[in-house]
Design a protein around this ligand. Structure first.
Ligand SMILES: Nc1ncnc2c1ncn2[C@@H]1O[C@H](COP(=O)(O)OP(=O)(O)O)[C@@H](O)[C@H]1O
Ligand SMILES: [Mg+2]
Length: 316
């Protein structure tokens, strides 16, 4: 990823709706080919950010660039490389799937054989080929969402902006759509992906920004987001039998303290600056030499839900 020349650069973008300050000096960079997760509770300002990015809201403060093009030219150059899936997308019920795609394709300036071929491609990609000639009124909620996704891909966008793309999808479709998002990013598409559910983006986003009340609270990859959550490194050790020999570990350098919640499970808290490799080896050796039968030895990593709760709930 090119960290000097971000694909998308937002600088101090603010937006007010009458009395509501929906965005407050939001700045971040998104790099080419990355999947950027934009996470925050309802009302945080996600859709507002997206509407600014795609040129739907033009009265805002601050600046942004997409692929080196400034927002002033949004209606021409940026539109050409943009694919957009709105939150809660809907289509006229009387149209067929094919009709929806050809109409929207033509509205975005596509036509002829290219449009025909692209309709076929996106229907295959979203596994909607079988319903191509069905009316929208006959589709399930999940299929309508996939149709929304399909229309966003018609122009082979370099920049795909998805506002809550997984809501309304059943678990299988969620999995499939995530797989498609990943594949597109591997092919070089930059993906901006909003959700109020952290686990939606956790396994596919390269980086995540947490937004609440119009302000970015934290940006980083999963490791960066979790690293400052725990002040210690923690190992969890589960034994086959009850463990009664805490004292054998206490002499090891680097161990701060040991918690025992169950008779056969301990949590070993270790100073952050310890040498992890040698200390974990020492712990294991000591336990084995004292005939402790280890069932599981693992390092506890904070999960992103904890990070999210800390930043979002911590502020309220
Ligand atoms: N058109 C609008 N008019 C007035 N207030 C709005 C409008 N759209 C959004 N808001 C307010 O701006 C804030 C951010 O909304 P939004 O960007 O939709 O959040 P999110 O997508 O994260 O749920 C909320 O307080 C919302 O009520
Ligand atoms: Mg929204």
């Amino acid at each position: 990823m090119d960290s000097k020349n971000p694909f998308l650069k937002l600088q101090q973008v603010s937006k007010k709706y009458k009395d509501t300050r929906a965005l407050n000096e939001v700045s971040f960079d998104v790099y080419k080919g990355e999947i950027f997760g934009y996470i925050g509770p309802n009302g945080a300002g996600k859709t507002t950010t997206i509407k600014i990015l795609i040129g739907l809201i033009q009265d805002f403060e601050g600046i942004y660039h997409i692929n080196g093009v400034s927002q002033n030219k949004n209606n021409t150059e940026i539109q050409k490389i943009l694919g957009y899936l709105p939150q809660g997308v809907s289509f006229q019920e009387w149209r067929t799937v094919n009709h929806v795609l050809s109409t929207l394709g033509k509205l975005s300036g596509l036509d002829g054989e290219f449009l025909e071929a692209q309709i076929k491609n996106v229907l295959e990609l979203m596994e909607l080929s079988e319903v191509r000639h069905k009316k929208v009124s006959k589709l399930s909620g999940g299929m309508i969402q996939k149709l929304g996704f399909a229309q966003a891909l018609l122009n082979k966008p370099k920049f795909l902006v998805l506002d809550e793309p997984l809501s309304g999808l059943d678990p299988t479709s969620r999995y499939e759509v995530k797989k498609i998002i990943k594949k597109l990013s591997q092919e070089g598409t930059t993906v901006f992906f909003s959700s109020h559910i952290l686990s939606d983006v956790q396994d596919i986003a390269n980086r995540i920004a947490i937004i609440d009340k119009g302000q970015i609270l934290k940006i980083g990859n999963t490791n960066e987001l979790t690293s400052d959550l725990y002040s210690d490194i923690i190992f969890e050790v589960t034994f086959f039998d009850d463990f009664k020999q805490q004292s054998i570990l206490k002499s090891l350098k680097g161990i701060k303290h040991i918690d025992q919640q169950n008779p056969n499970k301990i949590f070993i808290h270790i100073n952050k600056d310890s040498n992890l490799e040698s200390l974990s080896l020492e712990i294991l050796k000591t336990l084995i030499n004292n005939n402790c039968y280890i069932q599981r030895f693992t390092r506890i990593m904070p999960n992103l839900d904890e990070v999210y709760l800390k930043y979002v709930k911590g502020k309220k």
